[in-house]
Design a protein around this ligand. Structure first.
Ligand code: C5P
Length: 221
């Protein structure tokens, strides 16, 4: 990219998917690969930003020139993001954060016993990091961007989520067989709190990443 519209800016990007442990060998996880978050980190560096990437359980190599912080659970991701956000101009939450975690962590491996029912799986809510970042801005004027994967009523659900979370921009992905999770391509619409609506045609995650920064940059005062 030839534009240096993020020069001197500090940005935080979360990527990947959290894992919530059940016992020492098992976890509740999701299919996020981290590719979209890594594309956001790479493109931000190319546009002149200082980038902190909070990576949850990704197997991708560290992008050049990026400060990478590795985390596992939603609680760890929250702590790392809040810390990094303290001096960030923008925070982009591309990570798939578990909405729920097991209520109890079992310190020894859970065993099946002959003739016994399977153990119940009790879940509790995780804090919503995006909503928290949006409500309690870590720095005045900080821009907060969220991602949402929707299977139906993409526009309406996206608009409602944007309002509920309170972020500045929400990238709404339509998820399906060959879209979003794990794939190289993405199709989306970027909704703005200002009422704006920017469709992103099916294409590489790099293109969506570039568009996100193009929409974020003019919001810096
Ligand atoms: O509510 P939903 O999970 O659909 O929202 C997705 C967006 O919210 C993503 O940007 C994700 O990173 C963020 N999120 C979060 N904390 C959660 C759940 C989701 O920050 N506990």
């Amino acid at each position: 990219s030839a534009v240096a519209d993020l020069a001197g800016r500090n940005v935080v990007v979360s990527a990947g998917g959290t894992r919530e442990p059940l016992d020492p060998v098992r976890y509740l996880g999701n299919r996020s690969s981290g590719k979209q978050g890594y594309a956001l980190a790479r493109t931000a560096v190319a546009r002149g930003a200082r980038v902190t990437l909070i990576a949850a359980n990704t197997t991708l190599p560290d992008p050049a020139g990026v400060d990478v912080v590795r985390v596992g659970t939603a609680a760890q991701l929250r702590e790392a993001v809040l810390k990094a956000a303290a001096d960030a101009d923008a925070v982009v939450m591309a990570a798939a954060v578990a909405d729920f975690r097991p209520a109890h962590y079992v310190t020894g491996k859970i065993k099946k016993k002959d003739g016994e029912e399977p153990p119940p799986l009790e879940l509790v809510r995780n804090p919503d990091i995006l909503a928290e970042l949006s409500t309690d801005r870590q720095r005045p004027g900080q821009i907060v961007v969220g991602f949402a994967a929707e299977t139906d009523d993409v526009q309406a659900n996206g608009r409602a989520k944007l309002a509920r979370k309170g972020c500045d921009l929400l990238v709404v992905n339509e998820v399906g067989e060959h879209k979003a999770f794990g794939s190289e391509e993405n199709e989306a619409v970027v909704l703005g709190a200002d009422g704006s609506e920017t469709p992103v045609p099916y294409g590489p995650k790099e293109d969506l990443a570039e568009l996100v920064w193009t929409l974020v940059a003019p919001k810096f005062s």
